[in-house]
Design a protein around this ligand. Structure first.
Ligand SMILES: [Zn+2]
Ligand SMILES: [Zn+2]
Length: 141
């Protein structure tokens, strides 16, 4: 994983603004999520980062993801396989899940509700769209 100095600076700033001490491991996890927009699980992040830093612990990965999610720096997506997937893309968007290969893609949705909107007397705080189907590469196109 190559790290440019600008993106490291940006990640440090974001962590500090959220009141999180920018440790090397936290920076690596943020960087990974910013670069690999595949919505990885904690397990995937752990096995990838462990290749680079053999001392990386699974607990650190889980704790860091929890902290970053609580502070609103990343978002956690619950999927139907009982797995939580993570992403650093905080702009509102929907998801498309391929039922054949399991890949999860971002969808630009023009129809997403603005936050804090009332629908049928309910106050919407968060709105998630999960479309399912067969992705472009599984369709052979
Ligand atoms: Zn697919
Ligand atoms: Zn996404």
């Amino acid at each position: 994983m190559k790290m440019s100095r600008d993106s490291i600076r940006g990640i440090c700033d974001a962590l500090e603004q959220a009141g999180i001490r920018p440790t090397h491991q936290r920076i690596l996890i943020m960087k990974y999520l910013a670069e690999y927009r595949v919505h990885p699980t904690a397990e995937m992040i752990y096995s990838k980062l462990k290749e680079e830093i053999p001392t990386f612990s699974k607990t650190t990965v889980y704790n860091t993801l929890k902290l970053l999610d609580e502070k609103g720096l990343i978002s956690a997506l619950a999927t139907d396989e009982d797995q939580v997937r993570y992403e650093a893309n905080m702009t509102p968007h929907g998801h498309f899940k391929c039922i054949q290969c399991g890949a999860l893609f971002d969808l630009d949705l023009a129809c997403s509700l603005p936050p804090e909107k009332e629908v049928g007397g309910h106050l919407v705080l968060e709105y998630q769209v999960m479309a399912k189907g067969i992705c472009r590469s599984c369709r052979g196109g």
